[in-house]
Ligand binder design. Structure first.
Ligand code: IDC
Length: 476
């Protein structure tokens, strides 16, 4: 009988008597099928198979069980039967290892207390790493598997360990955010509101110097902001797909990394914004976008405070279907590294047509939100109605960029329209970022053109738009 043969082979394999007895008991349980078993129905339709390397389980359709229990027995990621190990975790200055009798695992996976761990050639438990197709998290436990040994896009970055956020800061209190219904929520499922500012183009002089630790601290402590959006232009001057112009890729990347660290140090959330604009159709630079998001999502996979905005403002003849195709390609690249982070997808007509999403959302729609942008002097009831329609249809919306002037970022402020938007934001607990943390001579700039400070702004340093936004964020 198959199971009998299995017990026999395992007995030969074991050395110590006590382990032998324990194993026999485990196998008895397997045979009696006492364990909860999610594949029970399927298991009934398959059979245990024996090969030189060990036991495996074949379903009636010819496929085999992997990374799951059958009859209470764990089949590992390659489909081989693997026993649960008894032993003791040990720690020394180099890290954790696992002692089982006088043996310890090296260069192999081991199943311990219901989880799979990988041990390196010296026997130390590996953390935060891909081992082939399998990822082990900061506790060393295997948490995710990608579809192929090669990632969809190979990240050209190294992964950073989990940061610590200041006690009581937003990121410490809320953790990794999630989307429930139309609402952005904390990891515990409590509705939250992100509110803050967008940087200006990160290499443009009127904004680049406002990316510093003190500037973010000012926005946090004086305004009450908990969010910074980092605008990485693609085709405009200094853009990621424009040979970076006056700087190198390393310098551009460094600006992004610095912005993330400044925000992280304060426990603020960060939106990494792939700021398409004159390129119109996000598919124009889809391969650069895939690499960009592979790099960043890999680097920050252990950060709870990062959100990804994958295409700022699609415009021109681009349709929602075009954007959806793009999103359905880019989202899996991010998910491979960071399965849970909130991802924000732009919408047609400079991120206005959020009402188009509900009937045709992206494929992997979990923790995905859709961008709506408004410039209050230009965008009024027509766009507000689009927002209402989208929310009513269950589409989660994030206002990742807005101002209260005209759509060109300049012109006069329309306070009446701004107040109508403010009411909508409040009524629906919407999250938002105001454009932009610069002192350029244009109405949307939050800092007065005459002000040359790069942090510590007082009210007299703020433009009219800046004052309005500060009031909105601070609630004062
Ligand atoms: C604008 C800047 C402006 C710059 C221009 C480049 O404010 O100084 O010259 O980009 O094209 C958006 C875009 C955002 C625009 C902003 C104002 O997302 O990049 O910034 N705007 O035009 N959508 C609507 C308005």
């Amino acid at each position: 009988m198959i199971l009998k043969g299995k017990v026999k082979s395992m007995l030969v394999f074991r050395k110590s008597r006590s382990i032998r007895l324990l194993l026999a008991a485990v196998m008895m349980i397997c045979m009696l099928q006492l364990y909860p078993d999610r594949s029970e129905a399927a298991a009934a339709k398959g059979k245990w198979m024996k090969a030189d390397k060990g036991w495996w389980y074949q379903f009636s359709d010819g496929s085999y069980a992997k990374s799951e229990y059958i009859n209470g027995c764990w089949l590992n990621s390659k489909g081989w039967y693997e026993k649960e190990w008894d032993g003791t975790w040990k720690k020394n200055s180099r890290g954790w290892w696992f002692k089982a009798g006088d043996w310890y695992p090296r260069k192999q996976w081991l199943r311990i207390d219901g989880k799979s761990y990988y041990f390196d050639s010296k026997g130390y438990m590996v953390t935060n790493k891909w081992i082939g197709r399998y990822y082990v998290d900061s506790t060393g436990a295997w948490t995710k598997t990608r579809s192929s040994a090669k990632p969809l896009v190979t990240p050209a970055t190294t992964q950073l360990p989990e940061p610590t956020y200041p006690k009581g800061s937003p990121a410490a209190a809320w953790g990794k955010l999630q989307v429930k219904g139309t609402q952005l929520c904390s990891s515990a499922g409590k509705p939250v509101q992100l509110k803050g500012v967008s940087t200006f183009g990160i290499i443009w002089d009127e904004g680049r110097y406002n990316i510093n630790q003190d500037a973010f601290r000012t926005i946090q402590s004086d305004w009450g902001a908990n969010l910074v959006r980092v605008a990485v232009y693609t085709e405009e001057f200094g853009g990621y797909c424009n040979n970076y112009d006056s700087i190198t890729k390393a310098e551009l990347d460094k600006t992004i990394y610095n912005a993330v660290e400044y925000a992280t140090k304060l426990g603020m959330y960060v939106i990494l914004d792939w700021h398409i604009l004159q390129d119109g159709n996000p598919n124009t630079h889809i391969s650069e976008a895939k690499q960009f998001f592979a790099d960043l999502s890999y680097k920050y996979a252990n950060y709870d405070n990062i959100l990804y905005e994958i295409c700022n403002e699609p415009n021109g003849s681009v349709t929602w279907q075009d954007i959806k195709n793009y999103a359905d390609t880019v989202i899996p690249v991010i998910r491979e590294n960071d399965p849970e982070a909130v991802i924000i997808v732009g919408t047609p007509t400079w991120s206005q047509d959020v009402e188009l999403v509900a009937s045709n959302p992206v494929k992997q729609n979990k923790n995905v939100m859709y961008a709506l942008h408004f410039y209050a002097s230009t965008h009024k009831d027509g766009i507000r109605n689009k927002l209402k329609t989208a929310l009513a249809a269950g589409t989660p919306v994030f206002i990742t960029e807005f101002s209260i002037c005209a759509a060109d970022g300049n012109g006069s402020i329309d306070y009446t329209s701004a107040d109508a938007w403010k009411k909508l934001i409040k009524d629906n607990n919407l999250s938002y970022a105001g454009w932009s943390l610069s002192n350029k001579a244009e109405t949307s700039a939050l800092i007065r053109h005459s002000c040359s400070k790069h942090s510590g702004w007082t009210d007299s340093d703020l433009s009219d738009t800046g004052l309005w936004l500060k009031k909105l964020i601070s609630g004062k």
